[in-house]
Design a protein around this ligand. Structure first.
Ligand SMILES: N[C@@H](CCC(=O)N[C@@H](CS)C(=O)NCC(=O)O)C(=O)O
Length: 221
C-alpha cells in the first residue's frame, strides 16, 4: 500500500511533486510514463494526458489524482507536517499565487521557449535551437525575473520566512532553465540567484537534479 507517481524525469511538474514528497518524508515509487504519446491506460488516469498523476493505494483501488497542484494540496492534508503551506490566511493565498504564477506563465515561457528548443530538441535527435532560447531569455523572461527578484528581496523564501509550495513551484522551473544551460544573470537579478542556490541544494531538489543530470549526460549534455 503506497504512493505511486506516474511521470518522467525532467518534467518540472513531476519534479515539483517529487520534491514535495521528499520534503514531507513520504516514500513513493516513480512509474515512468512517456507522454509523447501517452499510452492508452494513462489517458484514463489523466484526462488532459499530462504528467504527473499520483496514485494513493491507501485511499482505494481507483484513487488517482492528476495535476501537481492538486497532488501537493492533497499530500499536505494527508501528512500535515512539516507544513509546506503557510498557516496564516494571507500568506497561504500568496503562496498559492506564486505556485500559479510559476506553473502557468513562467513554466510556459521556460518550457516552450527555452527547454523545448534546447533540451527536448536534442533528446529527439534534432539540432538545439539556441537562437530561439536566447530570444525568450532576452525578450520574455526578464519581466518574470524582475518580479521574482523584487518579491524575494533580502529573504531566503518567497512567503512568510519559511520554505513552502511557493519556493518549490518557482525553483523547479529554474532547474529546467539550468538543464538548458541558462541561469539568471546575478548582476541583474542578485536576489533571485542568491535565493535559488540553497533551494536547489536542499536534498529534495539535489536528488532529482543529480538523477536528471545523469540522464542528460547519456544524451551528450
Ligand atoms: N498543470 C499541470 C501541468 C502538467 C504538464 O503540463 N505536464 C507536461 C509535462 S512537463 C505534460 O504532461 N505535457 C503533455 C501534454 O501537455 O500533452 C500540473 O501541474 O501537473
Amino acid at each position: 500500500m503506497g504512493l505511486i507517481v506516474y511521470g518522467a524525469a525532467l518534467s518540472p511538474f513531476v519534479r515539483k511533486t517529487r520534491v514535495f514528497l521528499a520534503e514531507k518524508g513520504l516514500d513513493y515509487k516513480l512509474e515512468q510514463v512517456n507522454i509523447f504519446p501517452p499510452p492508452d491506460w494513462f489517458k484514463a488516469l489523466s484526462p488532459l494526458k499530462r504528467i504527473p498523476v499520483l496514485r494513493d493505494e491507501e485511499a482505494g483501488p481507483e484513487a488517482t489524482l492528476p495535476d501537481s497542484s492538486v497532488i501537493c494540496a492533497y499530500l499536505e492534508r494527508k501528512k500535515p507536517e512539516p507544513a509546506l503551506y503557510p498557516k496564516d490566511n494571507f500568506a497561504y493565498a500568496r503562496a498559492l499565487w506564486f505556485e500559479e504564477y510559476a506553473d502557468s506563465e513562467l513554466a510556459g515561457n521556460v518550457g516552450m521557449g527555452v527547454f523545448r528548443p534546447v533540451v527536448v530538441s536534442k533528446l529527439m535527435g534534432k539540432e538545439p535551437d539556441r537562437a530561439a532560447a536566447e530570444k525568450t531569455l532576452t525578450e520574455k523572461l526578464p519581466k518574470y525575473f524582475d518580479y521574482l527578484d523584487k518579491e524575494i528581496g533580502g529573504n531566503a523564501f518567497l512567503v512568510g520566512n519559511a520554505f513552502s509550495i511557493a519556493d518549490i513551484a518557482v525553483a523547479t522551473q529554474f532547474v529546467n532553465l539550468a538543464h538548458a544551460g541558462y541561469v539568471p544573470d546575478e548582476a541583474k537579478w542578485p536576489n533571485l540567484g542568491r535565493y535559488l542556490k540553497p533551494i536547489h541544494a536542499r536534498p529534495s531538489f539535489a536528488a532529482c537534479i543529480a538523477e536528471e543530470k545523469d540522464l542528460l549526460s547519456k544524451f551528450g549534455f
